[in-house]
Ligand binder design. Structure first.
Ligand code: GLU
Length: 552
C-alpha cells in the first residue's frame, strides 16, 4: 500500500469515532474463578429449534455450570435470507419448555440480561465497524469493488485451472492493491463494496489447534481475503464471530462440526484483530437410522418430526426425560452417575467436554421412550398430575376437562404403583395417558371381554358370578387377594401357580387366570397397574355394573 491507512479508514468509516481500546474497557475480562468457562449458544433465528440446537445448548449450559462459569444466548440474525418473523420466540420457547436456562443474553423479543450486550448481532453494527475501521488503519482490511459477475468469472477461471483453493486471494484479489485515488474515486461514484481481510497466510504453511472434543487438528493456513463486512455493512459470520466472542469474553466456542473447516480463517482473524483465540470444541451432528434403508443420516426437518424440539412438547415428553436422554448421548459416564445419584437434578451432572465422542450421536426415539418411562416412574403423583393437566390443557382440551374434573381422584389414579421403591415404568409421555387410563373414566371406557384362549367363557362367567357375591369395596389388598384365591378351587382353578406348572392337566388354570378374568371385566384390559387400587378408585357401583354387564 502506498497510502496512509488512516486516511482510508476515515474515508470508509467517517461516522465511527470510537476505538477498540474503548470497547476493551467497556467489555472487560470477566472476573471469574480459575477454570471457569464462558460459553455461548448462538443460533440464527430460522423459526424453530432443532433437536441439535437443544443438544448444543445443553453442552454450553452444562459446561458453564460444571465450572462455575457463564453461559449466554446470542442471536445471530445477520443473514436476513434465513430469518423468519418471530424466529427468536420459537427458540426461546423451545429452551423454556425444556428447562434450559442461560445466565445471560437474549431472553425474549427485545429483552436481554447481562453486561456484555447487545446480544443480538443486528444491534452490534457499531462494534463491528469500530473493529473494521481499526483493521483498515492497520492495513489489514481493504474495500473490494468486484461485482458479482467479476467474482463468478474468477471462480470459473479457478475451476478451469488447477488451483487447489478457490476464492479471493493472490493474483485473483484485484482490489487488494488499488491505490487510494482509485478507491476514493469508486467511493465517490457510489460503487458498492465489501470490506475484505488482507490475509498474510501462505499456501504452504499449516496451522495446528487443539479441539477439546477431537484433539489436535492440523490444517492449511488461511490464505483467502475473506469478506468481513458485506456491502450493506453487515458482518459475515466469520467477522462477527471474532468480534462477539472476544467482546463477550467467551472462553470456549462450542459449535457444530460444520465449522471446523473455518477455524484457520477464524484464528487468522482473531490474531489480526489482536484478540486472544478462544478454545474450540466442535460437537458431532445428531443422527438417526433411516427407517427405510437403515443408513445413518442427519436428522432432517422435512422427514423427521422429531428434528424440531416442539415435537417433544407436543407429544408430552417431560422436559426431564429429553434432557436425561440427551445426557446419555453426551457423556458416556452419565448413566453410571445417574445410578449413583438417582434423584439428583440432571443439571448438576459434572459434564465434561473431553468425554464427548467426536462421532455423530444417534438419536433413537425408542431409547428416549425407555429413558422417559424411568424418569416418569420416579416422579411423585402431584408432579405427574400437574404435568398431565398442563399438557392436556394445551393439547387435548377434552381430556383436560375430564382429567381435572376431580383432581384428587386423578392424582390417586396416577399414583397407582407410584411413590414406592419399585414404581411401575409405564408412562413415557403425557399424550399416552388418556388411552392408558381410559377405563378409569366413563367418557373413554370401552368394554371389551376378549378372553385368553385358555379360559372358557362359562368358566369366566362362573368366576365373575362368584366374585360378585364376595366383592367388598372396603377390602384391603390382602383380603382382596385372598378372596380371589378362595374362588379358585371350587371352580377348578388352583391358587398355587407352581402347582399348576407342575400338573397343568389337573386344573382349568391358576389364580392369575382368575384375576385376569376380573381385570378384563372391570377394565377391558388384560394388563393394568394394580387391580385392587383400580377397583377402589372406580368405586363399588362402577365395578358392580361392569361385572353385571358381562354376567347377564
Ligand atoms: N449462527 C451459527 C449457526 O447457527 C452459529 C455457529 C456458532 O455457534 O458459532 O450455525
Amino acid at each position: 500500500m502506498n497510502y496512509d491507512c488512516n486516511m482510508l479508514a476515515d474515508l470508509l468509516f467517517p461516522h465511527i469515532t470510537g476505538t477498540v481500546a474503548e470497547l476493551e474497557e467497556k467489555y472487560p475480562e470477566r472476573k471469574l474463578k480459575d477454570g471457569a468457562r464462558v460459553t455461548r449458544f448462538a443460533p440464527s433465528p430460522t423459526g424453530y429449534l432443532h433437536i441439535g440446537g437443544l443438544f448444543g445448548a445443553l453442552v454450553d449450559v452444562l459446561t458453564a455450570k460444571a465450572t462455575n462459569g457463564i453461559s449466554y444466548l446470542r442471536i445471530e440474525d445477520t443473514d436476513k435470507k434465513r430469518e423468519i418473523d418471530d424466529g427468536v420466540s420459537a427458540i426461546i420457547n423451545g429452551f423454556d419448555s425444556f428447562g434450559i436456562e442461560f445466565d445471560e443474553g437474549v431472553t425474549g423479543f427485545n429483552r436481554e440480561k447481562g453486561d456484555y450486550g447487545p446480544y443480538t448481532q443486528s444491534k452490534r453494527s457499531e462494534i463491528y465497524q469500530t473493529v473494521a475501521k481499526e483493521l483498515v488503519k492497520k492495513g489489514l482490511a481493504y474495500p473490494c469493488f468486484c461485482t458479482a459477475e467479476e467474482l463468478s468469472a474468477i471462480r470459473e477461471e479457478q475451476e478451469k485451472g488447477d488451483a487447489l483453493i478457490w476464492g479471493y486471494f493472490g493474483k485473483w484479489a484485484k482490489c487488494r492493491d488499488l491505490s487510494f485515488e482509485e478507491i476514493e474515486k469508486n467511493i465517490k461514484a457510489g460503487k458498492p463494496y465489501v470490506l475484505r481481510f488482507r490475509s498474510d497466510g501462505q499456501e504452504d504453511k499449516r496451522i495446528f489447534f487443539d479441539d477439546i472434543i477431537r484433539g489436535k487438528i492440523e490444517m492449511p493456513e488461511n490464505i483467502i481475503d475473506e469478506v468481513l463486512l458485506k456491502s450493506d455493512g453487515i458482518p459475515t459470520y466469520h467477522f462477527a464471530h471474532a468480534c462477539d466472542d472476544h467482546f463477550m469474553r467467551t472462553t470456549h466456542v462450542i459449535r457444530g462440526e460444520e465449522w471446523i473447516s473455518s477455524v484457520p480463517k477464524h484464528i487468522a482473524l482473531f490474531k489480526a484483530c489482536g484478540f486472544r483465540v478462544p478454545k474450540y470444541a466442535h460437537t458431532p451432528q445428531v443422527m438417526k437410522i433411516d427407517e427405510d434403508d437403515g443408513t445413518k443420516r442427519k436428522l432432517s426437518k422435512r422427514k423427521d418430526p422429531e428434528a424440531a424440539v416442539s415435537y417433544f412438547a407436543e407429544e408430552g415428553f417431560p422436559k426431564e426425560s429429553l434432557i436425561e436422554y440427551l445426557l446419555t448421548l453426551l457423556n458416556s459416564n452419565f448413566e453410571d452417575w445417574r445410578r449413583a445419584n438417582p434423584r439428583e437434578d440432571a443439571f448438576s451432572f459434572p459434564f465434561n467436554l473431553k468425554k464427548m465422542s467426536p462421532s455423530g450421536c444417534l438419536f433413537d426415539l425408542v431409547k428416549l421412550n425407555d429413558v422417559s418411562k424411568n424418569t416418569v416412574s420416579v416422579m411423585d403423583a402431584d408432579t405427574v398430575y400437574g404435568y398431565i393437566a398442563d399438557w392436556s390443557k394445551k393439547y387435548d382440551e377434552d381430556f383436560f376437562k375430564v382429567f381435572t374434573a376431580d383432581p384428587k381422584r386423578s392424582r390417586d389414579i396416577v399414583n397407582i404403583d407410584r411413590e414406592s421403591p419399585k414404581p411401575r415404568k409405564d408412562i413415557a409421555k403425557w399424550s399416552e395417558v388418556k388411552e392408558y387410563f381410559a377405563y378409569m373414566f366413563e367418557e373413554y371406557y370401552t368394554p371389551s371381554f376378549e378372553l385368553p384362549e385358555n379360559i372358557a367363557n362359562e368358566d369366566a362367567k362362573a368366576i365373575l358370578q362368584k366374585y360378585a357375591e364376595v366383592y367388598d369395596e372396603n377390602d384391603d389388598k390382602d383380603v382382596w387377594f385372598s378372596k380371589i384365591k378362595d374362588l379358585c378351587e371350587p371352580l377348578g382353578f388352583t391358587p398355587n401357580v407352581k402347582e399348576y406348572k407342575k400338573n397343568p392337566e389337573l386344573f382349568k388354570g391358576h389364580v392369575g387366570d382368575v384375576s385376569t378374568v376380573i381385570r378384563l371385566a372391570v377394565t377391558g384390559r388384560k394388563n393394568t397397574p394394580d387391580l385392587c387400587s383400580i377397583m377402589k378408585l372406580l368405586g363399588k357401583d362402577t365395578v358392580k355394573s361392569r361385572i353385571d354387564n358381562i354376567i347377564v
